[in-house]
Design a protein around this ligand. Structure first.
Ligand SMILES: NC(=O)c1ccc[n+]([C@@H]2O[C@H](COP(=O)([O-])OP(=O)(O)OC[C@H]3O[C@@H](n4cnc5c(N)ncnc54)[C@H](O)[C@@H]3O)[C@@H](O)[C@H]2O)c1
Ligand SMILES: [Zn+2]
Length: 1559
C-alpha cells in the first residue's frame, strides 16, 4: 500500500514523485496518464529478483514485458543497446511503448538512451533504485552509453515522463552504494543549501539507521525514514530547480559538477575499483581546498565538508587506505590528473573551469570559474615549497587556529549559559564537532554560523537540558573530552519519569576509562549505569545531580575534575570538590577550566590545595563575545617568520594573559634572539631584526614550552650574532651555540623530534649535537645554508611548519608531506600565502614510471639501512656482509658488536663489570643511534630483542628488519663451541625458545639460513645469488620481478610436488624458458594426514626451493572450489601461509577473489612495493562467458587489489579463446594491471598459447600437470611458430676460419631445447664486406657471434656499442633490438669472469693477476680481471713487448697494469695465446694456489694448464671450452631473452668437442 506521495516540479511539470512502496501508485499513474499497448521494464539481475514480482503483480492484465541485463557499468555499451533494441523489435514493440527503467544509474542511462532513439523516441519512466540514481542520474534527462574512448560520450537529452522515487528500494542497497549516493547529496547541499548541509552534519547516524531499517507495508513510516525522505527530496528539489533553469547545461547546471572536475580525473584512473561517488568525495575536498587557497572559502567550510563526507563512510584524501592500497593509485600523478582534466566539458579552450565554493551553501559564481593550472597543481601536489622573500603582508595581523582544550570548554560553557554568546576562533576538529552535535541533541543549545563560519553563535539554554527521545543515543565517536565533560552534563537532563540518557562511542572509546568520575557522581546522588564494560562507556544516566561534598580521584585524568567543575553550578546544592588519591595530574588544565568559568560568571574558590568550592544557581548571561585563545604552539610559526625575515607580525588571541605555556615563546625565545616584542594581555607583536641579524640563544630551558623547540631550532640555525652576555655558555662551546634543554619528552611525540631536527638541519649543512635532555645548534649565515633541500616531515605537523619558516629564507626547500599540517593548522600553506604574503608552490614527488613494476618504493625507502637480527650463530655476519656487497658499492656492512666495542670497550669486560641489564641498556641506546644511518646493513646482537624498548624501536623502524633463522640444533652446536662471547647464565635452549617469538614479532622479513651451513665440516656457504636476490628484493633496490612490459611473453612453471626435494637437482632443466616458478602450496603434503601443510613445512620447502633457483616465486594456495587441494573453509590457515610468503619475500602471491575482502585489503596494505599480488579467479563451473557480465565483475574485483589479474575460464569451442582475447584487449591499457587469462581444457589450449602474461607451463619431467590443458614452454613456442606469431630467425657466427667452431652446436642445442624455430649457421668470410652488412640488416636476422678476425671491423656497421665493449674495443655479439637497430656487446669478458668466480678460489683483497697475450681477447681478459675488483696489480706478459706496452697504455691507470712478471705467485692467470705456446719463463705457481684460465680450445690440456696442475692441488685449471660455454650462454640469453638451458648445451658441446679432438 502506498503511503503519501510527494511531488517535486521539474521543467514545469510535477513529474517527480517521492514516497515509500510506490508500485501501485506507479501503475495507477501510468495507466491513467501514459496509456500504452505495451509496458517494458528494463532492470539488472541484482534488482530484478528483488522487485520484479511486485511489478508483475501490479501490471497484471497489461502487456508487460521485462528484460534483465547484467549489473555494472559494462552494460552501458553499444552492444547492450543494440541487443535490447533487437529484442524490442522482435517483440513488435511500437511507438506507443513505455519503457520503465528500474535500477541504478546504469539502467537509467541506458534505458533512457534506448527510449530516446527507438522509433525516433518513445516515452520512458525512471524508477531509480540506488541513492545516486534517485538524487542525481534519474533527474534531468541526461542519458548516455560508454565507449572505449570514455564514459558517457554518446547520448541524448531525453526527459522521462515520470521519475518515481521509492525509498523502500534503498533497504536492499549495499552500504557502499548508499555512501556513493551520499557524496552527491552532500555536494548538492554544499552548493545550494546551508541548512540542509547542517542537517546532514548533525544526523548522519540516523540516516544510516534509516536505510537499514525495514519499512512495513501499511505501517506509518518511522522518524528515521521521514528523515531519509526529507533528505532525498531536498536534494532532488535542488537538482530539479537547476535543471529547470538550465536544461541543456550552459551555465547554472555546471554547479552540480562541484567536486567532479578533479573527481572525474581521479575516477578515470581508479575505475572500476573506486566508485563514482567515492572519487567525487575526494574531488569535493580538493576543489574546496582550491577555493580556500584562492582566498574564497574558509577553512571552517573545508573542515565541515571533510567531516560530513567521512561521517558517511567516504574517503576524503588520496591517502585513504582504500585508495592507497590500490596498485592503480601510483598513476595518480599531478601531471596525469591535469592531463585528464584538460578534456572537461566545462573548460573553455585551454582554460580549466571549476566550480568554486564561497561558503557552505553558496558558490562563488553561478557557473564554473576559470582556475589557473598552477593553483590546481598546488592543491594536487603532495609536497610544497616556500618561495623565499619578504612577507608582502608585513606588518601582518592575524590569528592562528584556536586551542582545542579551550574550544571544547567554551562550547559547553556557552551552552549552559542563559543567552547568546558569539564564539570566535573556534577550532574545527572532529572533537568539537561531536561536542556541538551532542549539545544540540540534548537540547542544550542552538548553533548558528556567522561570517561564513568564522563566528559560531551559541544560543545557550541555561542548563535546561532534555533527555533525548527513546531509542536515540548520544554518539561521541572517540572524542575523549566530550565523553568526560558530557557524563556530568547528562545528569542535568530532564525527561519523563524514568527516562535515561545513553551516551556511547566507538570501540576505542568503549575502552577509555570514566570509572573515577562515575564513582564521584554516584556519591553525589546521581544514577549512572554501565551498559557494557564496567568503568567505560556506554553509560545510561538518569536525571539528578545533587551536589554537596564530592570526592574524586584525579590521578588519571584532569578531565574528570573539569567535568565536575563545569557542571557544578547547575547542581541542586553548592559543590565542594575534593581531589583525593594522591597526585593530581595536569593542574594547568584545571586552572584553565576555573579561569574560563570565571569569564562566564562563576567564581570557583580554591579552599585548600586540592579542594574547590563552587556556588550553585547556574550560569547567568554569558559574555556577548568570547574569543577562543589561539593555540600557542601554532602561534610560534608566524612570529618566527617575522623574526627570520626582519618583518612585523601581530597575533590576536594570544598574549601575556594566555593560559598556555607555549605562549612564552615570544618573550622567552624571540626577545633574547634580538626581536622586539610587544605584548598585551591578548595580543603579541614581534618585529625581527634585520634579516641575518638574529642572536644565538646560548642556554635556554624550554621545559615550559616544549612543543615550540622545533621553531627555536630553525631560528638558531641562522643565528649569527653572539648570545646576550647573561646567556652565554662558558664551557668553551662555539660562540654561536644555542643549547636547548628540558625537551626530552619530544623524543616520543609524532616522531623523535630531536632526531628529526638534527637529521633535517644536517641536510641544510647546519651542525648540531644531541644531548640527553635536548640539543645544541650552531648558527650559520643564511647564504651558507644548502639550497634545494628536500625535508622529510615524519608526518609531523610541527616539523613541517618549523621548516617552512626556514623556507622563508632558504631557496628551494621542499617540504615533502604538506598534508601533515592538518592536525592543527589545515590551512597553514594558504595562510602563509594569503595572510603572511609568502608564495607557496606545489611540488609533485610522485613520478610514476610507465610500467607499474618500475615504481617500487620511494627513493628514501631504498636508502634505509637494513637491520639484521637473529640468534648468534644464525649467520648474520655472513649473510649481512654478502648483502651489503651485492646491494651496491655505496652500501656498508656494520656489526653492532664492533660498534659497541668501539664505544664502550670490550664486550665481555663490559658485561663482567656492569652486568647484563646495563649492557642491554647501552645496546638499545646504540640501536637508536645506528638506525639513523642510511645505506648500511647492520647486524645486531642476538640479545637485542630482550628489552621491550629495543623491540619497540625495531618495530617502529621504517626500513626492512630481517630475521636470520637457522635450524636450532645448528645454532646450538655453534654456540656451544664459541667462547668469544660471555656466557648467558642460562641454558641456550631456553634462550632460543624465549627469543624466537620476539624475532618473529620485530622482523618484517625472514631469511632462512637452515640449508646454508657455514661452520667447519660443512663448507657450503650461503648462496651469494640467493642473498643478493633476497636483499635486492626487500630493499626495493633490485626487485626480483618478471618483465611484463608489452610485447614480451612471460611464463611460469607450476611445481606440483608434495615435496620439492626431487625437483631440486633438475631445477635448471625444469625451468628452462620460465620467468618464474609457481609453488603450489596446496599440493604440498607434510608428514601429517592433514590436507593443510604446516607453516614450518612450507617454510622449509620455500627455503629448499631457493637453494635451487633465484627465479621469482609465485606463491599459490589454491582452494578446492578453485581447482586446488586447499580446504575452502581454511581461510585463516591460508592467510597464515600467505603471511609466511610475505616474510620470506616471495615475489608474487596468488590471492583468490573468493577470500574475504578485508583480508585481501590488509595484505595489499602490508605487502610493500616489491611484492606483487596476483588476484585470481577460476571458473570451474564453465558458466563464465568471456563476453558476459560475470567476467566483468570478476575483473573489477581482481583489478582492485591485483598487480596482475588472473582469470581462468573453460573453453568448449575454439571460439571461446578468441572471445577471451577480445575481453582482455578491452580491459588492457595504460595504467591497467596486466591480465593473465586462459581457458582450461583441451579446447582452451589455444588461449594458453596466445596469453602473453605469465602463462602457466608444465614440463615433461614433472610428475603431473597443474591443470588440464597445460603445455610446456617448448610446445607453446612450436605452436606460436606454426601460427605465424613466432617467425624463425637466422643466427650465425662471423669469422674465419670457423669450420670447426662449436658455436653452432652450442646455440642450436639450446634453441632446440626451448622449442624455438631459429637456426644458427656459419658465415665464413675473409672480410667484413657488403655481404655481411646485408646479412645483419636482413629482416630475418636474429643475432650473430663475431670471432677472429672481425671483432673490430664489425663495429662501424652497428648502431650502438655497449659500454663494456667500448672499453674493451671489441665486439663479439650482435643483437638486433626491437626498434630495428643493431647493438654490439662483448660477452668474452663475462665468460672469463664467470669461470673465475665459479672456480671457488677466494679473491682476498690485494690479489694479483696475470694476462698472457696482447690481442683483442687479452683486452677482454684485462677488463674481466679489473671488474672482479680488489686486485693490487694485473701483469701483462707478451712475446712482443711493444704490443704489450701499447695495450697497457690504452687502459686508464686505475687498472693498475704492470708490464713485468709478478715477483710472487699470482692468484689468477688468463692466457689468450695459442694453446701450443710455451708458458712464459719466470711465471711461478706457488703452493697457496689460484686459478688458471686458458682461452685456447685445443688441446684440452695446454702446457700452461699442465704446469699449474703440477704445482699442487690448490690450483684450479679451466680449459677454453668452458669459457666458450659461459660466453655462449650469455649470448643466447641476450638473443632470446630466456635463460640458457645450460645442462643440455654443455653435454652436447663437450661431446662434440671430444669427437672433434679425438678424445
Ligand atoms: N544521467 C546522469 O545525469 C547521471 C548522473 C550521475 C551518474 N550517472 C551514471 O550512473 C551510473 C552509476 O549509477 P549507480 O551508482 O546507480 O550504479 P549502478 O546502476 O551500477 O548500481 C550500483 C549497484 O547496485 C545494484 N543495485 C541497484 N539498486 C539496488 C537495490 N535497490 N538493492 C540492491 N542492489 C541494488 C546494482 O545492481 C549495481 O550492482 C554511471 O554509469 C554514471 O555515469 C548518470
Ligand atoms: Zn556525479
Amino acid at each position: 500500500m502506498a503511503t503519501t506521495v510527494e511531488r517535486v516540479p521539474i521543467l514545469g511539470k510535477d513529474s517527480i514523485h517521492v514516497g515509500f512502496r510506490l508500485v501501485d501508485h506507479i501503475r495507477d499513474t501510468l495507466l491513467k496518464t501514459c496509456p500504452a499497448s505495451c509496458y517494458v521494464l528494463i532492470t539488472d539481475t541484482n534488482v530484478g529478483p528483488l522487485y520484479l514480482d511486485d511489478f508483475k503483480r501490479g501490471f497484471a492484465g497489461q502487456r508487460f514485458l521485462t528484460y534483465l541485463l547484467p549489473p555494472g557499468e559494462g552494460s552501458k555499451s553499444r552492444e547492450t543497446k543494440a541487443e535490447v533494441e533487437d529484442w524490442l523489435l522482435e517483440q513488435a514493440c511500437t511507438r506507443d511503448t513505455v519503457l520503465l527503467a528500474l535500477g541504478g544509474g546504469v539502467i537509467g542511462d541506458l534505458a533512457g538512451f534506448i527510449a530516446a532513439t527507438f522509433m525516433r523516441g518513445i516515452r520512458f519512466v525512471q524508477i531509480p533504485t540506488t541513492l545516486l540514481a534517485m538524487v542525481d542520474s534519474s533527474v534531468g534527462g541526461k542519458t548516455a552509453i560508454d565507449t572505449p574512448h570514455g564514459k558517457n560520450l554518446i547520448g541524448a537529452f531525453w526527459q522521462p515522463e515520470y521519475v518515481f522515487i521509492d525509498l523502500a528500494f534503498l533497504e536492499t542497497l549495499p552500504a557502499r552504494e548508499f555512501s556513493n549516493g551520499m557524496a552527491e547529496v552532500v555536494k548538492t547541499a554544499a552548493i545550494w543549501d546551508e541548512d540542509e548541509f547542517a542537517m546532514l552534519e548533525a544526523r548522519s547516524v540516523e540516516l544510516y539507521t534509516a536505510i537499514q531499517s525495514k519499512s512495513t507495508p501499511g505501517a506509518p513510516i518511522s522518524d528515521a525514514q521521514k528523515l531519509l525522505l526529507h533528505v532525498v527530496k531536498a536534494s532532488v528539489n535542488v537538482k530539479a530547480h537547476i535543471v529547470t533553469v538550465d536544461e541543456r547545461e550552459t551555465g547554472l547546471r555546471n554547479l552540480v559538477n562541484f567536486g567532479h572536475s578533479i573527481g572525474h580525473a581521479i575516477e578515470a584512473v581508479l575505475t572500476p575499483a573506486m566508485l563514482h561517488g567515492e572519487c567525487v568525495s575526494v574531488g569535493i575536498i580538493l576543489e574546496a581546498e582550491l577555493a580556500r587557497q584562492l582566498g574564497h572559502l574558509s577553512q571552517v567550510a573545508v573542515g565541515r565538508l571533510a567531516r560530513v563526507l567521512k561521517a558517511y563512510g567516504l574517503p576524503v584524501t588520496l591517502n585513504d587506505p582504500r585508495i592507497a592500497a590500490l596498485p592503480a593509485s601510483r598513476q595518480l600523478t599531478v601531471d596525469r590528473l591535469l592531463d585528464i582534466m584538460r578534456v572537461d566539458k566545462k573548460n573553455k579552450g585551454d582554460e580549466k573551469r571549476i566550480v568554486l565554493l564561497s561558503r557552505i551553501g553558496k558558490t562563488l559564481e553561478e557557473r564554473a570559474t576559470p582556475v589557473p593550472d598552477a593553483a590546481i597543481r598546488k592543491v594536487l601536489s603532495v609536497a610544497a615549497t616556500v618561495i623565499p622573500g619578504t612577507p608582502s603582508k608585513s606588518p601582518v595581523k592575524m590569528s592562528t587556529p584556536g586551542s582545542k582544550s579551550i574550544s571544547n570548554r567554551a562550547l559547553l560553557l556557552a551552552a549552559l549559559s542563559r543567552g547568546t554568546c558569539r564564539l570566535t576562533n573556534l577550532l574545527h576538529s572532529d572533537d568539537t564537532q561531536v561536542m556541538m552535535a551532542a549539545l544540540a541533541d540534548l537540547n542544550g543549545a542552538r548553533f548558528e554560523w556567522e561570517d561564513g563560519g568564522d563566528t559560531l553563535v551559541v544560543h545557550g539554554n541555561g542548563g535546561a537540558l532534555k533527555v533525548p527521545p527513546p531509542g536515540k543515543e548520544i554518539y561521541l565517536g572517540n572524542a575523549g573530552t566530550a565523553a568526560r565533560f558530557l557524563t556530568t552534563v547528562c545528569t542535568l537532563t530532564v525527561g519523563e519519569p524514568g527516562a535515561r540518557t545513553i551516551i556511547t562511542g566507538n570501540a576505542r572509546m568503549k575502552q577509555r576509562p570514566v570509572g573515577p568520575l562515575v564513582d564521584a557522581l554516584r556519591s553525589a546522588g546521581s544514577s549512572l549505569e554501565y551498559i557494557e564494560g564496567e568503568g567505560c562507556l556506554p553509560l545510561s544516566i538518569a536525571q539528578g545531580f545533587r551536589g554537596g561534598h564530592i570526592k574524586l580521584a584525579a590521578s588519571v585524568s584532569s578531565q574528570y575534575v573539569s567535568s565536575v567543575l563545569l557542571s557544578a553550578p547547575c547542581a541542586a546544592e553548592p559543590v565542594t570538590l575534593e581531589l583525593v588519591g594522591g597526585q593530581v595530574i595536569s593542574q594547568p588544565y584545571i586552572d584553565m577550566t576555573i579561569a574560563m568559568m570565571r569569564s562566564f560568571g562563576v567564581n570557583v574558590e580554591r579552599v585548600a590545595e586540592h579542594t574547590y568550592h563552587i556556588p550553585n544557581g547556574g550560569y547567568s548571561v554569558p559574555p556577548a563575545k568570547y574569543e577562543i585563545e589561539s593555540d600557542a604552539s601554532s602561534a610560534t610559526y608566524p612570529l618566527a617568520i617575522a623574526a627570520i625575515t626582519g618583518t612585523t607580525c601581530t597575533l590576536t588571541g594570544i598574549g601575556s594573559g594566555s593560559l598556555q605555556g607555549d605562549a612564552g615563546f615570544a618573550t622567552g625565545v624571540l626577545e633574547p634572539m634580538g626581536c622586539k616584542v610587544v605584548q598585551t594581555a591578548s595580543e603579541t607583536t614581534v618585529t625581527g631584526p634585520k634579516k641575518g641579524g638574529l642572536r644565538a640563544l646560548g642556554l635556554v630551558d624550554m621545559e615550559p614550552m616544549t612543543d615550540a623547540f622545533l621553531t627555536a631550532c630553525v631560528l638558531a640555525a641562522v643565528a649569527t650574532e653572539p648570545p646576550l652576555p647573561e646567556r652565554r655558555l662558558t664551557d668553551g662551546s662555539p660562540a654561536l651555540t644555542t643549547r636547548i634543554l628540558g625537551i626530552a619528552n619530544q623524543r616520543v611525540k609524532e616522531c623523535n623530534r630531536i632526531r628529526a631536527m638534527i637529521d633535517e638541519l644536517a641536510k641544510f649543512g647546519v651542525q648540531t649535537k644531541e644531548l640527553d635532555d635536548g640539543l645544541e645548534i650552531y648558527g650559520k649565515p643564511i647564504h651558507e645554508l644548502k639550497q634545494g633541500v628536500s625535508v622529510h616531515c615524519y608526518d609531523d605537523h610541527r616539523v613541517a611548519m618549523a621548516f617552512s619558516v626556514l623556507g622563508a629564507v632558504v631557496n628551494g626547500a621542499v617540504l615533502e608531506e604538506k598534508r601533515c599540517v592538518e592536525k592543527t593548522w589545515p590551512n597553514w600553506w594558504d595562510d602563509l600565502e594569503n595572510k603572511i604574503g609568502l608564495k607557496v608552490e606545489g611540488v609533485d614527488l610522485h613520478t610514476a614510471g610507465p610500467s607499474s613494476e618500475a615504481s617500487a618504493g620511494s627513493v628514501e625507502d631504498k636508502d634505509a639501512s637494513i637491520l639484521i637480527i637473529g640468534m648468534r650463530g644464525a649467520g648474520k655476519t655472513h649473510v649481512g656482509s654478502i648483502a651489503a656487497r651485492t646491494l651496491g658499492s655505496d652500501w656498508t656492512f656494520l656489526d653492532a658488536d664492533v660498534a659497541f666495542e668501539a664505544k664502550h670497550g670490550s664486550l665481555p669486560a663490559f658485561v663482567a663489570g656492569q652486568g647484563w641489564p646495563a649492557f642491554r641498556a647501552a645496546e638499545t641506546e646504540l640501536l637508536k643511534d645506528l638506525t639513523t644511518r642510511t645505506k648500511h646493513v647492520i647486524s645486531l646482537g642476538g640479545g637485542i630483542v630482550e628489552t621491550p624498548e629495543a623491540r619497540e624501536a625495531l618495530k617502529a623502524y621504517k626500513g626492512p628488519v630481517v630475521a636470520i633463522s637457522r635450524d636450532a640444533q645448528a645454532v646450538l652446536d655453534y654456540l656451544t663451541r664459541d667462547k668469544t662471547r660471555p656466557a648467558y647464565g642460562e641454558s641456550i635452549e631456553d634462550v632460543i625458545a624465549r627469543r624466537a617469538p620476539w624475532f618473529a614479532e620485530c622482523a618484517k622479513y625472514e631469511f632462512v639460513n637452515d640449508f646454508l651451513p657455514a661452520d667447519e665440516g660443512r663448507t657450503v656457504a650461503a648462496s651469494e645469488a640467493e642473498v643478493a636476490r633476497f636483499f635486492g628484493h626487500v630493499s626495493g633496490i633490485a626487485p626480483n620481478l618478471v618483465d611484463l612490459s608489452l610485447g614480451k611473453r612471460s611464463y611460469f612453471l607450476s611445481l606440483t610436488y608434495p615435496d620439492v626435494t626431487p625437483a631440486l637437482s633438475i631445477m635448471e632443466a625444469l625451468t628452462s624458458g620460465a620467468d618464474a616458478v609457481e609453488l603450489r602450496v596446496d599440493l604440498l603434503q607434510d608428514s601429517s594426514a592433514s590436507p593443510i601443510p604446516s607453516v614450518g613445512y612450507v617454510r622449509r620447502q620455500l627455503a629448499l626451493l631457493r637453494t635451487a633457483t633465484t627465479l621469482p616465486i609465485v606463491f599459490t594456495v589454491r582452494t578446492q572450489s578453485q581447482g586446488g587441494a586447499f580446504p575452502d573453509s581454511a581461510e585463516k590457515e591460508a592467510f597464515d601461509l600467505v603471511d609466511l610468503a610475505l616474510r620470506m619475500a616471495a615475489e608474487y602471491i596468488d590471492v583468490e577473489l573468493a577470500w574475504s575482502e578485508a583480508r585481501i585489503a590488509s595484505l595489499a596494505r602490508r605487502k610493500g612495493a616489491s611484492t606483487k599480488i596476483l588476484a585470481s579467479w577460476h571458473d570451474w563451473s564453465g558458466g563464465m562467458k568471456w563476453d558476459g557480465a560475470d567476467v566483468k565483475k570478476r575483473y573489477a574485483q581482481a583489478a582492485k587489489y591485483g598487480d596482475i589479474v588472473k582469470l581462468v575460464g573453460k573453453a568448449n569451442t575454439l571460439q571461446d579463446n578468441f572471445a577471451l582475447r577480445r575481453f582482455v584487449d578491452g580491459v588492457s591499457g595504460q595504467g591497467k594491471p596486466p591480465v593473465l587469462a586462459i581457458n582450461m581444457g583441451a579446447a582452451g589450449q589455444m588461449s594458453r598459447i596466445l596469453n602473453p602474461v605469465l602463462s602457466p607451463i608444465t614440463h615433461p619431467l614433472l610428475p603431473s600437470r597443474a591443470a588440464p590443458g597445460q603445455l610446456s614452454y617448448a610446445q607453446i613456442q612450436q605452436a606460436l611458430h606454426l601460427l605465424g606469431l613466432l617467425p624463425a630467425k637466422k643466427f650465425f657466427l662471423l669469422g674465419s676460419p670457423i669450420a670447426k667452431s662449436m658455436s653452432p652446436t652450442l646455440h642450436n642445442t639450446g634453441l632446440n631445447a626451448l622449442g624455438l624455430p631459429h637456426i644458427y649457421g656459419l658465415l665464413e668470410t675473409a672480410e667484413v664486406d657488403e655481404s655481411v652488412r646485408a646479412a645483419i640488416r636482413d629482416g630475418e636476422f636474429g643475432g650473430a657471434s663475431v670471432t677472429i678476425p672481425h671483432k673490430l671491423a664489425i663495429m662501424p656497421l652497428l648502431d650502438a656499442i655497449s659500454p663494456d665493449a667500448q672499453v674493451i674495443g671489441a665486439v663479439n655479439t650482435v643483437v638486433p633490438r626491437a626498434d630495428g637497430t643493431l647493438y654490439g656487446d662483448n660477452t668474452d669478458w663475462r665468460g672469463i669472469q664467470a669461470v673465475i668466480r665459479g672456480s671457488d678460489v677466494a679473491l682476498k683483497d690485494g690479489w694479483t693477476g696475470v694476462v698472457i697475450g696482447a690481442g683483442g681477447t687479452a683486452r677482454a681478459a684485462i677488463y674481466a680481471l679489473h671488474k672482479l675488483g680488489g686486485a693490487t696489480a694485473i701483469h701483462v706478459v707478451n712475446r712482443s713487448p711493444d704490443n704489450a706496452r701499447s695495450l697497457v697504455a690504452s687502459f686508464p691507470e686505475s687498472y693498475k697494469l704492470s708490464l713485468s712478471l709478478p715477483t710472487s705467485s699470482p692468484t689468477v692467470v688468463v692466457s689468450t695465446v695459442p694453446g701450443t705456446s710455451t708458458p712464459p719463463a719466470g711465471l711461478a705457481f706457488g703452493a697457496q694456489g689460484g686459478v688458471v684460465v686458458d682461452m685456447a680450445y685445443a688441446p684440452l690440456e695446454t702446457p700452461l694448464l699442465k704446469l699449474a696442475k703440477a704445482a699442487g692441488p690448490g690450483w684450479k685449471t679451466v680449459p677454453g671450452i668452458e669459457v666458450l660455454l659461459e660466453q655462449g650462454y650469455r649470448q643466447f640469453e641476450m638473443w632470446t631473452g630466456r635463460k640458457a638451458p645450460r645442462g643440455v648445451i654443455q653435454d652436447a658441446v663437450i661431446q662434440g668437442y671430444r669427437v672433434q679432438q679425438g678424445l
